[in-house]
Write a protein that binds this ligand. Structure first.
Ligand code: CU
Length: 219
């Protein structure tokens, strides 16, 4: 019987290459100042820190459009390039002073573009040196085990290597939250994470020279 033969081949193959990996699933909540739960969870990213993986770098595109970075939150992997096309007819700049990922793409306008390769895992805050209202984030991960959460905060990360790792979550008003997790060799494990945004204060940031922006910009 052909199907029986096929089945035995599949069984032998899977027995020869055991995959000790489980699914990490759960829910993230972001708690605001008065204890109320945040509603804007679309840009919450969760990831597993610890397991190493060989992978092809994954890049992305972040446009500068109507004086905003679109999308506002982007995730790439180490070695991934982010293309920053300027779709406005005015000059913009992209810079970051986030540790090892600091960079500066100088000034350009539509239809020009510039790019940056991110070599270090971490959260990179990006700004424009002309327009203080322009801000965004590039999250650089060193393995493929990350995801954005659903509208209700739920997430599921499949095929995580078995082991004890750290589950991290991030939202721009809370920063990172962390929790130890034990991922089983098969099946799923649940973990929930509460991110504390209660101390968030909207504050102006500095320009690329570490100075205040000049008020009354005319662009
Ligand atoms: Cu700008």
């Amino acid at each position: 019987m052909r199907s029986a033969w096929l089945r035995s081949v599949v069984v032998v193959w899977s027995a020869a290459t055991p995959v000790a990996a489980g699914t990490l699933q759960g829910k993230v909540a972001v708690v605001e100042k008065d204890g109320r739960q945040a509603k804007d969870l679309a840009d919450v990213v969760v990831w597993v820190e610890g397991p190493k993986a060989r992978m092809r770098p994954a890049g992305a595109t972040v446009s500068m459009k109507s004086k905003a970075f679109v999308p506002r939150v982007t995730v790439v992997t180490v070695g991934g390039s982010v293309e920053f096309p300027n779709q406005d007819s005015i000059f913009h700049n992209v810079f970051s002073v986030s540790g090892e990922n600091r960079f500066d793409l100088e000034l350009y306008k539509k239809p020009k573009s510039a790019s940056r390769v991110f070599e270090h895992a971490g959260v990179v805050r990006i700004y424009c040196n002309i327009h203080p209202q322009m801000s965004g984030f590039v999250l650089v991960r060193d393995n493929p085990w990350w995801t954005r959460v659903g509208a209700d905060g739920s997430f599921s990360i499949p095929d995580v290597p078995a082991g004890t790792w750290v589950l991290k979550g991030w939202h721009e008003r809370s920063g990172e939250g962390a929790q130890a997790v034990q991922v089983p060799a098969t099946g799923a494990v649940a973990a929930s994470l509460t991110l504390d945004a209660s101390k968030y204060k909207r504050a102006p940031h500095k320009n690329k020279f570490g100075k205040d922006y000049e008020v009354g910009e005319k662009y």
